[in-house]
Ligand binder design. Structure first.
Ligand code: ADP
Ligand code: MG
Length: 362
């Protein structure tokens, strides 16, 4: 049988470039080579696509701070349309091959936010993970939280400001509405980049400034004192929920440093120690959240648990961290699905959705 050619997209323009490279390395190491052939596509910080050699595509692979794409070879683009050789060499302008499915391991804007998904759709190539809408909605914390609220799914109270509304951000008003400390976040990012926790006016003003460096829209959120519980979801129309995991950050919160730089920045506890009935309720809520936000393929739903039983949805990640030691794969491992099998299932889900879409009348 001919192998399925998987276009693995990694790197990317977002601030989560390095995280993506680490995930891609793990996927390359684990993917079933009897069934799949990896076509590695590295995206540099300027957004340029190049074909890479999956054996030596990384520099400093073991240092999360210095990890980088190796010098890539051929610049390529993806051509729209329904022909079968969608990868075009930028130097010769000739087709350089076909890919059967795209596996985007790109976090944040230009990867997780619907843009790559739109490009894959235009090129008529199946792709792993949420579609254009689900990706975009899940990326934008403001829209995501409004949809959750509309569905009656609890999420921390928040206010949103656009760049043009800067003059309307008043510390005292926000303190009255949300209390202090509060969290200040760019609407569209991830990995805690640009997120700060503010206790007083000085920190608040610095936080607003910081968040606006990363996005034109920001959120100020009420602080939830509680536990951080996560659930992995997998599937298209009948998604399933994994065991639950708990994140115990050793920093003030689950910051970028705690996530990726400090080896002891956080402890993951799988399965989370919770009463059975609460676990059942949270797993059901994870699936509901997934469906409300129009997700497919995979996503990780992150909760806050306040007190003994109050559950709030913090956010959903449509391309969660995917290294072997990341929460998403570990949750599936604890639920009986190995890393290798998870990759296989995700690709199959992508192909299934594509086939269903092809059957639709246009
Ligand atoms: N409202 C909040 N209350 C308490 N902690 C929060 C709140 N919002 C975010 N945090 C902390 O900041 C981390 C990152 O915030 P999150 O909204 O998940 O952004 P990202 O998409 O960057 O992961 C969370 O894991 C949590 O530790
Ligand atoms: Mg998060």
């Amino acid at each position: 049988m001919r192998k399925i050619r998987v276009g693995l997209l990694c790197g990317g323009r977002s601030a989560e470039h390095e995280v993506s490279l680490q995930s891609a390395k793990n996927v390359i190491d684990a993917i079933d080579r009897d069934k799949y052939e990896v076509v590695l596509i590295g995206i540099d910080r300027s957004g340029r696509w190049s074909l890479g050699d999956s054996a030596e595509f990384l520099l400093n692979a073991h240092d999360p701070k210095l990890i980088a794409l190796n010098k890539m070879s051929e610049g390529i683009s993806l051509a729209p349309g329904t022909m079968s050789n969608q990868l075009i060499s930028q130097s010769t302008h000739l087709p350089t091959g076909a890919i059967d499915v795209i596996f985007p391991i790109l976090h944040g804007p230009f990867g997780e936010d619907g843009t790559i998904q739109g490009l894959a759709k235009l090129a008529n190539i199946p792709f792993v993970g949420a579609g254009v809408l689900g990706s975009a909605v899940a990326m934008d914390k403001d829209v995501m939280k409004r949809l959750l609220r509309e569905a009656g799914i609890p999420t921390p109270d928040f206010v949103t400001f656009n760049r043009s509304q800067k003059e309307q951000i008043h510390f005292e008003e926000i303190r009255e509405r949300l209390g202090m400390p509060c969290f200040i976040k760019p609407a569209n990012l991830g990995s805690s980049i640009g997120i700060t926790r503010a206790k007083d006016l000085t920190q608040f003003e610095a936080g607003i400034k910081e968040a606006f460096l990363h996005d034109r829209k920001i959120l100020v959120e009420t602080n939830i004192q509680g536990r951080e519980i996560e659930c992995a979801v997998l599937g298209n129309s009948n998604p399933m929920a994994s065991a639950l995991g708990e994140v115990l950050p050793s920093h003030e919160f689950y910051s970028y440093e705690a996530k990726y730089i400090d080896e002891n920045g956080a402890t993951l506890i799988i399965p989370a120690e919770l009463p059975d009935d609460l676990t059942t309720r949270m797993r059901a809520l994870a699936v509901e959240t997934y469906q409300v936000l129009d997700c497919e393929g995979m996503a990780r739903v992150d909760f806050f648990l306040r007190g003994e039983r109050e559950v709030l949805v913090n956010e959903i990640n449509t391309i969660p961290g995917f290294t072997k030691i990341s929460m998403y794969p570990k949750l599936w491992e604890a639920s009986g699905i190995s890393y290798e099998e998870l990759i296989d299932r995700l690709i199959q889900l992508a192909l299934e959705r594509f086939e269903e879409e092809q059957e639709l009348e246009t």
